[in-house]
Design a protein around this ligand. Structure first.
Ligand SMILES: Cc1cc2nc3c(=O)[nH]c(=O)nc-3n(C[C@H](O)[C@H](O)[C@H](O)COP(=O)(O)O)c2cc1C
Length: 190
């Protein structure tokens, strides 16, 4: 039995988490500015180590730039998304630049952004496999987007109106990932 009062949004939150899917097919629809602002506001409110907020976001809507970001396959679908958010980290604002939090904090903010987009009916897809792309590609992206040398590209997120309804993808069950008191000790719910 819950002992504290929950916020009105609680039920809605669980619905949003459950509904979110990686979307790899988008309708050619625009995201209104007010929605984009709400989505970015959710990212802005994310927690970060020592509140250093090392994330930076570039919202790319230009078709040619989206195609550059979508190269090479199999990520070409992101060029059809209305926007691609290029998630960056600025190690110079971080409390401890060499600590890994500089790159982790932007991931937290990104999930805020993703859930906010889901709440507003948009589909998203995280794209991290740019890491395997060539140094030339990274240099070209940095040059095209005028990203300063010391800023790191963390991840890309495509956002758009979904043109597919994927079924839930499998997840490990709680017994496999959550333990009681000791590693491997089954956590039981009655
Ligand atoms: C950090 C991260 C990186 C990802 N990178 C890619 C990617 O490069 N390409 C892609 O198509 N999906 C990518 N995804 C989406 C995952 O494949 C997807 O979240 C996972 O298969 C579970 O599916 P679901 O999100 O629909 O539940 C990534 C997701 C995360 C969180």
């Amino acid at each position: 039995m819950r002992k504290h009062e929950s916020l009105d949004v609680t039920e809605n939150y669980f619905e949003i988490v459950e509904k979110r899917r990686a979307i790899r097919k988008y309708k050619p629809c625009d995201i209104p500015e007010e929605d984009l602002k709400k989505i970015l506001e959710a990212a802005r409110l994310a927690p970060s180590a020592e509140n250093s907020q090392p994330w930076r976001f570039i919202i790319v809507k230009d078709q040619k730039t989206k195609e550059l970001l979508a190269r090479p396959s199999p990520q070409t679908f992101i060029a059809d998304a209305n926007a691609i958010v290029v998630v960056l980290a600025d190690p110079s604002v971080s409390c401890c630049p060499r600590a890994t939090w500089t790159t982790r904090d932007p991931m937290i903010a990104t999930e805020h952004l993703v859930l906010a987009a889901t709440a507003l009916g948009y589909g998203t897809c995280w794209i991290a496999n740019y890491e395997s792309r060539s140094k030339e590609w990274i240099n070209e992206v940095k040059r095209t987007l005028k990203i300063p040398e010391h800023i790191q590209i963390i991840v890309l997120v495509a956002i758009g109106v979904p043109d597919e309804k994927p079924s839930p993808r499998p997840r490990r069950n709680l017994q496999e990932t959550c333990f009681a008191e000791l590693y491997g000790n089954p956590l039981k719910f009655h």
